[in-house]
Design a protein around this ligand. Structure first.
Ligand SMILES: NC(=O)c1ccc[n+]([C@@H]2O[C@H](COP(=O)([O-])OP(=O)(O)OC[C@H]3O[C@@H](n4cnc5c(N)ncnc54)[C@H](OP(=O)(O)O)[C@@H]3O)[C@@H](O)[C@H]2O)c1
Length: 276
């Protein structure tokens, strides 16, 4: 008999997960099913992606037991108040067909500080106490906002800050602050939405290792200790991305990445915080 997910011990976050932003309907069902059959054990979704029900369907129809899978969702900006957060998370759980998620993130800091951060973090801590999520964390938080969050709940209460990091946006201030504080980072859009594939320096490093720029970019992030969550709809790309965990870049390879940082931010909605 399988143990209900809420009673199983907490899983560590697998360093390589499958992103699902933009993927809807049958596309996301197929992508998640294929990812799970290839060995992905970490799925990243969000309320605003409008695909939690399809992600839940794909998980339910797969052969992977729920307690072997790490599932992250993110609370949308309109649900950050103390009143709304837990009911919205319960809706996410119903769509995902699970009684607990492994990680719940604040998707974006409350635009214009409309909801005080303490109110949202208190609601998330309560969700954790209620067994609705095993861990809580941040996304798109700047240094000042990370500092504020750490001041409220302590660094140990926060599993990660999920932020945009790829060769063209290396996000050094956020990275340095997080390292100094011991706050784990998850790199989203790790392939710069496919742009890494045509970058000459990455093509050269990839050729030397007999691999592709996608794997090189992922290995560079993994070697810095970040979790990565590339998305792909193609089983061949999903499989290739998984092999990045086995690729070891040399110090010389890594030094060459420094030349690629051009502060190119791809996720920058009008309600984004004042970036570092
Ligand atoms: N917290 C946030 O605010 C936030 C914001 C953005 C993203 N995210 C998360 O981060 C995840 C990843 O970001 P993303 O999906 O925007 O971009 P991404 O993972 O950087 O890039 C995805 C693109 O790269 C292509 N690709 C993937 N693997 C490839 C390979 N091996 N070779 C060639 N092309 C490859 C995919 O095409 P194919 O489908 O054709 O393979 C797709 O077009 C999202 O899905 C989401 O879960 C979070």
């Amino acid at each position: 008999m399988s143990i209900p997910a809420s009673q199983a011990a907490s899983l560590p976050m697998p360093p390589l997960g499958l992103g699902t932003f933009r993927l809807k309907g049958q596309t996301v069902i197929d992508a998640v099913k294929s990812g799970l059959s290839l060995g992905y054990r970490h799925i990243d979704t969000a309320q605003i992606y409008g695909n939690e029900a399809e992600v839940g369907q794909a998980i339910a129809e797969s052969t992977v037991p729920r307690d072997e899978l790490f599932v992250t969702t993110k609370i949308w900006t309109e649900q950050l108040s103390g009143e709304r957060l837990i009911p919205s998370l319960r809706e996410s759980l119903a769509k995902l067909r699970t009684d607990v998620v492994d990680l719940t993130l604040i998707h974006w800091p409350s635009p214009g500080d409309a909801v005080p951060l303490k109110e949202t973090l208190d609601a998330l801590m309560e969700a954790k106490r209620l067994g609705l999520t095993r861990a809580i964390g941040l996304s798109n938080f700047t240094v000042a906002q990370m500092r504020e969050a750490i001041g409220i709940v302590g660094v140990g209460a926060l599993a990660t800050n999920q932020v945009e990091i790829h060769p063209f946006l290396q996000n050094r201030r956020v990275v340095d602050f997080s390292k100094a504080q011991g706050l784990h980072l998850t790199a989203y859009m790790p392939l710069a939405y496919g742009k890494v594939m045509t970058e000459p320096v990455l093509l050269d490093i990839a050729a030397r290792h007999g691999t592709t720029p996608a794997q090189v970019a992922l290995a560079w992030l993994l070697q810095q200790g970040f979790t990565v969550i590339p998305s792909s709809t193609k089983p061949s790309n999903q499989a290739a991305n998984l092999t990045a965990t086995a690729l070891r870049l040399s110090d010389e390879d890594i030094a060459r990445f420094a030349t690629l940082d051009r502060g190119e931010r791809l996720a920058n909605p009008d309600f984004a915080p004042a970036w570092d």
